[in-house]
Unconditional design. Structure first.
Length: 291
């Protein structure tokens, strides 16, 4: 597998993403209209692994990251190419490097419309649509019914319980990710008969805050676990990414968030999304890159 590639007038080499200044990554994401701040890039570099495509004088022309979960699965994200190299094979070359590093793992990613054909040609298959809702949070225009359980902000995050519930919902353990998220997020939990049946996190990201992950056992719990964060963000910018198109998205619209974009969840290897009756489910994504 070549670690360098010539794209017309560009000779690019792969470097570890931690070896470049974060300002170059920030400029890369700004160039394609993505909201990541330098501190968001730094956090993602701490969570996962990645490479950048650079030329001989250190200019960054692309990036790709992967986030390993367990021994046989990873999510892929932050696959960015500059407009000058998008049509010259830079994205395919970056993905070839990801495949080499993730050999033996099944993969999942959330594809933009622009990258969809590339991922199809690389063997990814479509699984679901992700709806990105964002905007200034307005006042709640209707009162929700009382939650069916104990909805609280725990004084100490029950990380082990959260990891166990999330593993059932996500399909594989995201232990390290959830521990790092717990350090930077406000957390709400839902319990019934003392048992954890749902949780949600909210953290600073991009232009404001992102609510996610949201893991719940049913639609009503998911709505309650999302709404409790949005109530505290009235008048501020928030974002929620979900694969659900029902009561949750209706509530997001009522709360002032608008559908700004859709992306496509795709997988290569084993099927990623395997929803089961009476089991918890990921209603809100932690992020497009990390799942």
């Amino acid at each position: 597998m070549p670690k360098s590639v010539r794209l017309k007038s560009f000779e690019l080499v792969a470097r570890d993403i931690n070896d470049v200044d974060v300002s170059l990554l920030h400029a890369l994401s700004l160039g394609v209209g993505w909201p990541h701040r330098p501190k968001d890039w730094d956090w993602l570099r701490h969570v996962g692994r990645g490479i950048v495509a650079v030329d001989g004088i250190g200019r960054v022309f692309g990036s790709a990251m992967w986030f390993p979960y367990g021994d046989d699965f990873a999510t892929v994200g932050l696959v960015i190419t500059t407009p000058r190299t998008q049509a010259q094979g830079n994205g395919r070359w970056l993905m070839d490097q990801v495949f080499e590093h993730c050999r033996g793992r099944s993969l999942s990613l959330n594809s933009t419309q622009a990258a969809y054909r590339l991922y199809l040609s690389l063997g990814f298959t479509q699984e679901a649509t992700v709806y990105q809702y964002q905007g200034g949070v307005g006042p709640m225009i209707r009162e929700l019914p009382e939650p069916n359980g104990e909805l609280t902000e725990p004084s100490t995050a029950p990380v082990d319980e959260i990891i166990a519930l999330d593993t059932r919902a996500f399909g594989t353990s995201r232990e390290r990710l959830l521990k790092l998220l717990a350090e930077v997020s406000s957390i709400r939990t839902m319990r019934r008969d003392g048992q954890l049946v749902g949780f949600s996190m909210c953290r600073e990201f991009g232009r404001g805050h992102v609510v996610g992950p949201v893991v719940a056992s049913n639609d009503d719990d998911a709505l309650q676990l999302t709404a409790v964060h949005l109530k505290g963000l009235t008048g501020r910018f928030a974002r929620v990414d979900t694969r659900e198109a029902g009561s949750l998205t209706g509530f997001l619209q009522e709360s002032g968030l608008e559908l700004s974009e859709t992306v496509t969840t795709m997988s290569k290897g084993r099927k990623f999304l395997n929803r089961k009756d009476n089991e918890p489910w990921v209603y809100g994504l932690a992020g497009h890159a990390v799942g």
